[in-house]
Design a protein around this ligand. Structure first.
Ligand SMILES: *Cc1c(COP(=O)(O)O)cnc(C)c1O
Length: 379
């Protein structure tokens, strides 16, 4: 059994994928082929924003967005304490200071109350200037944007939506990657919409920021690539990945997003009385980058993971370490904040296999292994 079965997906989409990849090789436009602009057009349309700009990966996408806002030294950028390293690495890479904020248990997303406390703490301290909030759509569920956007407005902050895991999710009729002033996603193979290598994208309705991002991603180009008006980077999505993503986006929209939700609902219906299952807020839709259960203790979590492994079921711990404890961020002052929820989550979370091609038989095996684990314990 695979944790995220990319081979099953390939078998399902093989004829189309093979044809499109071969076409790229025959046509020879490996960088900036027509597939790249076609993909950008389709992604913007799907998400419901004016501009989609693809780039090399989801981390570059975050950096490019922050560059468009000129974020750097002396700026405070608020980031959840429970996320993948890149969410906080991006502002730190530009010299800004990530200020970590605790999350909410069960949704795993940044806590609006703790966010406001952290902003007030930075203002009171007076050393850094609050500039932006990086809200992460963790495990596929959009962060609580109605409240986050309200707080951003009150304190005049930019909102950057890190939708690396959130593509396809939504709140009401509005889709993930449309909530932030700028949003980003990643096409790393294991993400909800993944390519066959690295890839990423930036989404925004703002024309000026879109122009800046387009320039920064190609060596700070002006009128053309040999007219350089700012220091940028080289971060493009290549034609091969765009061709692959065009096929995968179609499958994602046609059935994958639906199928992964069916699998998640099945887990929840069978497991909700046994363990703490993830909660999707009323009116929210998740794209289920992960299906993460919460156990009662580290000991119980580690025991269950071992039993799953003995039964041939892969599982993962996302994430095993708080951002504020990462050595790379040692300079960040954390004493004013509390990370109570994150501290518990890192000990107690366990992500189960989830993807659109997970079979009912595989799910039954996973569920029964968990049920047996708890029955054996209570005997
Ligand atoms: C994967 C991920 C990223 C980085 O994406 P890459 O394409 O791997 O650079 C950023 N933020 C979050 C929350 C992620 O899960």
């Amino acid at each position: 059994m695979e944790f995220r079965d990319l081979k099953a997906q390939y078998q399902h989409l093989k004829p189309e994928l093979d044809e499109e990849v071969l076409k790229v090789m025959k046509e020879g436009n490996f960088i900036s082929g027509y597939q790249v602009s076609e993909l950008e057009k389709q992604l913007a349309e799907y998400v419901g924003v004016k501009h989609c700009i693809t780039c090399g990966n989801g981390t570059d996408a975050l950096v490019l967005a922050l560059m468009a806002w000129n974020i750097g030294k002396g700026d405070a950028v608020f980031v959840p304490d429970f996320t993948f390293f890149a969410s906080a690495e991006a502002p730190a890479f530009l010299g800004a200071t990530p200020v970590f904020v605790d999350v909410e248990s069960r949704t795993f997303n940044i806590s609006p109350n703790e966010l406001e406390n952290a902003i007030q703490g930075v203002l009171k301290e007076g050393k850094l200037i609050p500039k932006a909030i990086i809200a992460v759509d963790l495990f596929g569920q959009p962060a609580e944007y109605p409240r986050i956007l309200e707080i951003a407005k009150k304190y005049n902050l930019f909102v950057l939506e890190d939708g690396a895991q959130g593509f396809g999710g939504g709140i009401g009729e509005k889709k993930a990657c449309s909530f932030g002033d700028i949003a980003t996603t990643s096409f790393f193979p294991a993400k909800p919409l993944g390519c066959y290598g690295d890839g990423g994208a930036i989404f925004t309705d703002n024309d000026d920021w879109a122009e800046l991002v387009k320039s920064y991603r190609i060596h700070g180009k002006g009128g053309n690539k040999y007219d350089n008006i700012r220091i940028g980077m080289n971060s493009r999505l290549d034609t091969m990945q765009a061709a692959i993503l065009l096929v995968k986006l179609k499958a994602f929209v046609d059935h994958e997003l639906h199928d992964v939700n069916t699998a998640a609902d099945y887990y929840t219906s069978k497991l909700k009385n046994i363990v703490n299952t993830p909660i999707i807020k009323e009116g929210y839709l998740s794209s289920w980058a992960q299906y993460t259960i919460i156990l009662d203790s580290k000991k119980q979590r580690d025991e269950l993971q071992n039993v799953l492994k003995e039964n041939g079921v892969p599982s993962m711990i996302y994430y095993p370490k708080q951002m504020h404890k990462q050595e790379a961020f040692h300079y960040v002052c954390e004493k004013e904040h509390s990370f109570k929820v994150t501290n518990e989550l890192i000990d107690n979370v366990l992500a189960l296999p989830i993807h659109p091609y997970l079979t009912r038989e595989e799910q039954e095996k996973i569920i029964n292994t968990i049920i047996n684990f708890f029955e054996n314990k209570s005997n």
